[in-house]
Design a protein around this ligand. Structure first.
Ligand SMILES: C[S@@+](CC[C@H](N)C(=O)[O-])C[C@H]1O[C@@H](n2cnc3c(N)ncnc32)[C@H](O)[C@@H]1O
Length: 223
């Protein structure tokens, strides 16, 4: 059985897996996820005292990496899973982790210098609404980093094969991990995503692929 993709189910799913999220992420990515995130943020031109939003921040790693490299930035992480946020808050109290839906935030237009989103968009059924909102709250000339799985190559196949196995071994309820694998299947390729993002007014600045393209980062500028 796969879980129907609607916001309520997604929220419940991440609340359910929150406690094991970091542990499983490290196993599934063979410990690479933090390194990839660290390399991806180097593609950004981060202002030392800039306002930064980590959208769909989950347990907060991306914001925490940025804060450790740029201690004077003001970072906000937003997510609609209170359980994921609880873990993020316990890891770092210098980041403002807030509960909210990225498709309808209360931030002022043009508020953020930089927005990041890692492995988030895939989980949002109304991607247009999310991208319009991200575009609205980003400053003109501000940058948006998008990071997610990329090409369906051998590394992605290994991920798809081993994730259910690891989930069976380490989690009481492996069902949510089936959803995570399925959510990759219908997600657009990086080339398709770039075209899609550009229809909202984002202009591609740079793209970098990791793990032979299994993970892809794209940085866009709001023009
Ligand atoms: C796969 S996790 C990624 C977490 C983190 N960015 C990372 O790289 O580990 C996806 C996150 O997106 C959040 N999410 C999904 N849809 C959302 C929405 N509409 N608004 C806010 N958060 C959302 C989920 O609650 C979950 O924490």
């Amino acid at each position: 059985m796969t879980i129907p993709k609607n916001p309520q189910n997604i929220q419940n799913l991440f609340d359910t897996i929150a406690l094991k999220y970091d542990f499983m992420n490290n196993i599934i990515s063979l410990g690479l996820q933090k390194e990839v995130k660290s390399k991806a943020i180097r593609l950004l031109d981060i202002k030392p005292t800039g306002e930064i939003l980590d959208a769909c921040c989950g347990t907060g790693d991306l914001g925490i990496i940025i804060k450790s490299n740029f201690p004077d930035t003001k970072i906000t992480g937003i997510d609609f899973s209170s359980k994921m946020l609880e873990i993020a808050k316990n890891k770092n109290s210098n980041i403002n982790f807030v509960f909210g839906d990225i498709t309808k935030t209360l931030f002022s237009s043009g508020y953020f210098d930089t927005i990041t989103m890692a492995f988030g968009l895939r989980n949002i059924p109304d991607k247009e609404k999310a991208l319009k909102e991200l575009y609205r709250i980003l400053k003109i000339n501000g940058e948006f980093l998008h990071l997610d799985f990329g090409k369906k190559n051998v590394f992605n196949l290994i991920f798809d094969k081993f994730t259910p196995l690891f989930a069976k071994i380490f989690c009481k309820n492996p069902e949510p991990y089936k959803y995570l694998i399925n959510s990759k299947k219908d997600f657009p390729s990086p080339d398709e995503l770039i075209k899609f993002f550009e229809t909202f007014g984002f202009k591609l600045k740079t793209r970098r692929d990791f793990v032979f393209g299994a993970i892809s980062a794209q940085v866009f500028v709001k023009i």
